[in-house]
Design a protein around this ligand. Structure first.
Ligand code: AMP
Ligand code: ZN
Length: 667
């Protein structure tokens, strides 16, 4: 009897899975919605009566219902990179030249596809089943949104056919335009504000707590990249074709191009044809088709070298400029802002736009009461790109750039070579002071719970804090009497501050807000210097030797370290027990065996993947470089190493070793 029931359940699952695939991926339904619902109800009933046959990947799971209170943070097995952008034929030709130089290959084949505008997602599959779905987050770690993702019908929970045993597939969660309009129509009818654009709505949907709510939204998932150890395919194009065969929704608009001219044909076609697409796209992504070559090219700190995005020209609107205001950032940088007559642009209403700096205002001769053109580029903040001179009022006068800080009234300075004006009053300008503390507590830095931007302003106004070190001296009795504070919130705040003492050094370093030291740079520096003490003693000459640290960053770090106030702040952080050194655990497996040696890695390897090999070099204190020079200590050659690299290494007398030689070297 039980065997019968189990068979029945299994056959319903298989049948519903196939219908689902026909309908949502192939867009070719073979049964009516009504019949589908009957079968689904039957399955749900059997599953309810026989909970021993529960399967988290059953089609019944798609209706949702699971509640996620806190989305768990998960470290990506393989980093999710960003893409470099290009805007012209010249940009693409430059990119091609770099690839040719890097690989020694003349004729490069490309795969072109659309750039889908949504929220990126990483899906992991094991033995044909979906095991997890994680958002991109900061590229290193994201949020586990598996329960919500399961409600998206075009994502296979179980694959249609055999594929790779274990792999990740990346794609974009999007809201097709008609679905978005329908959602907005319903919202407006219900008296609610419409959503602003499909992209943000798609991305917000992934973080809804109730998956049944997610199930109601017409989300879709378009796939574009498979990540796995030794993929069984030669090219990106073939990988996509095979992914489509096992059930993934991979759009048809993928074309193999033999040269940049063919790439440009593809771009030109879609520059107009995109307006007929059922979803939004903001460009084209061009990828080196051959997977070995991709591997050979590898990644920069931010993006693959083997892919580039081509951005379509942004949409423009014209509107009236009412006023120019000036914003002070946490580093004292002044940004002029255009306050505009609200205008609809690419799906959102724009009221403010960046004017960048004094040069930009002068160059475009932007004046108050001008009619200006606004454009939305890749960034979220729109920008003013020109003036409609025919509409300029007769009495208009050129804009005089502000000379004093809008906040503390200090005279603004502008260093040579800097595009921006700065307020020099670093330790006395209120916006800079609170800005730095706000940055210190932010999610990517010390991530202090129970403390928000407004509270920081309040604490500052009340004279309780002047810098981030002061946070650690706060006492509950000081906080409770403040506006909107209570015993409980004060306790939470103190507990949150206390807990920040566990945050690892690299994040603390980022939190210090040293100019030009973003997340990635902070990681690099933390890894290299291992402690704040070492870093504070590092000279300019020493800093520029660190991989990817340029002169601008080095100078900024030195300026920071030489400042007496900063020295005092760091001393205090040490006293409070904030993590200013890399933890012992993170040093396990790390040696100095390869110190001072520079490696170039080329070809295909067997015992390790290329990225494991690179990591091993770095873990042992060596450096990985992408091109061979006199400074290179070793080239590690795998199969199919680029011929030009071999010639170059031989010419320069650089030692070429095998993967096995390398392993001997570190053992
Ligand atoms: P950006 O966010 O502008 O740096 O662009 C990089 C992002 O584009 C990636 O992280 C992907 O999420 C997204 N993307 C959209 N379509 C594609 C595609 N066809 N290939 C690769 N990435 C894509
Ligand atoms: Zn100021």
């Amino acid at each position: 009897m039980s065997q019968n029931i189990q068979d029945k359940i299994e056959s319903l699952r298989v049948e519903l899975r196939q219908h689902n695939y026909n309908y949502y991926v192939l867009d070719d339904a073979v049964i009516s919605d009504y019949d589908f619902d009957i079968k689904l109800k039957e399955l749900q009933k059997l599953e309810e009566e026989n909970p021993q046959f529960f399967d988290s990947n059953s089609p019944s799971q798609r209706v949702g219902g699971a509640i996620t209170k806190n989305f768990e943070t998960v470290v990506h097995k393989n980093r999710m990179y960003s893409l470099d952008n290009s805007y012209s034929k010249e940009d693409l030709l430059d990119w091609e030249k770099r690839i040719q130089k890097n690989t020694g290959v003349e004729n490069i084949e490309y795969a072109c596809e659309l750039k889908y505008d949504g929220a990126s997602i990483n899906l992991s599959y094991e033995n044909g089943k979906l095991v997890s779905a994680v958002t991109r987050g900061d590229g290193f770690q994201g949020d586990d949104v598996t329960q919500n993702i399961k409600t998206i019908n075009s994502i296979p929970l179980v694959l249609q056919n055999d594929f790779i045993d274990s792999f990740e597939i990346r794609g974009e969660i999007i809201l097709p335009l008609d679905g978005f309009e329908k959602m907005n129509k319903e919202r407006v009818e219900a008296g609610e504000d419409p959503y602003r654009n499909p992209r943000n709505t798609a991305s917000g949907s992934l973080k809804l707590q109730d998956s049944a709510e997610v199930a109601k939204r017409p989300l879709d998932c378009l796939l574009y990249h498979v990540v796995g150890n030794k993929l069984p395919f030669e090219t990106h194009f073939k990988t996509l074709e095979n992914s489509r065969k096992v059930g993934f929704k991979v759009p048809d608009a993928v074309r193999v191009c033999r040269n940049i001219d063919e790439v440009l044909d593809f771009i030109n076609h879609w520059d107009t044809a995109r307006h007929q697409l059922p979803y939004e796209t903001d460009g084209i992504v061009i990828k080196v088709n051959n997977l070995h070559l991709q591997d050979e090219l590898g990644y920069t700190a931010k993006a693959p070298r083997w892919a580039i995005a081509y951005k379509f020209k942004a949409e423009q609107e014209s509107t009236l400029l009412h006023e120019i205001t000036y914003q002070v950032g946490r580093t004292g940088a002044i940004t002029p802002v255009a306050n505009l007559e609200p205008v609809q642009l690419a799906g959102t209403i724009v009221k403010r736009a960046s004017l960048h700096n004094a040069d930009q205002i002068k160059k475009l001769d932007i004046r108050i009461n001008d009619t200006v053109f606004v454009e939305k580029g890749g960034e979220i903040i729109p920008k003013v790109v020109g003036v409609d001179l025919s509409k300029r009022p007769a009495d208009s006068t050129p804009t005089k750039y502000r000379t004093h800080c809008p906040d503390c009234n200090s005279e603004l300075v502008r260093k040579e070579g800097d595009a921006k004006h700065y307020c020099p009053n670093e330790f006395g300008c209120p916006t800079q002071i609170t800005g730095r503390i706000q940055h210190y507590i932010s999610r990517k830095a010390l991530d202090i719970d129970g403390l928000g931007s407004e509270t920081i302003e309040l604490l500052f106004k009340e004279g309780l804090i002047q810098n981030f070190a002061d946070l650690y001296d706060l006492r509950k009795e000081q906080i409770i009497p403040l506006e909107r504070m209570a015993e409980k919130s004060a306790e939470n705040m103190i507990a949150g501050i206390e807990k920040s003492k566990e945050i690892p050094f690299e994040k603390v370093l980022f939190g210090l807000g040293i100019r030009f030291v973003g997340e990635t740079v902070a990681k690099k520096i933390a890894k290299h210097y291992k402690s704040m003490r070492h870093l504070m003693n590092a000279s300019f000459e020493d800093l520029v030797l660190v991989d990817e640290i340029g002169e601008r960053i080095a100078q900024s770090v030195v300026d920071f370290s030489n400042d007496l106030e900063n020295m005092q702040l760091i001393d205090r952080l040490y006293q409070y027990g904030v993590q200013l050194e890399v933890s012992k655990e993170s040093l396990i497996g790390q040696t100095e065996k390869l110190k001072g040696q520079i490696f170039v890695v080329s070809g295909i390897f067997h015992q390790m993947t290329r990225s494991q090999l690179k990591k091993s070099i770095e873990d042992n204190g060596g450096k990985v470089s992408s091109s061979i020079s006199k400074k290179t200590s070793y080239v590690i050659a795998g199969d199919n190493m680029g011929p030009s690299k071999r010639v170059k290494a031989e010419d320069l007398g650089v030692k070429i070793i095998s993967e096995e030689d390398y392993i001997d070297l570190i053992n």
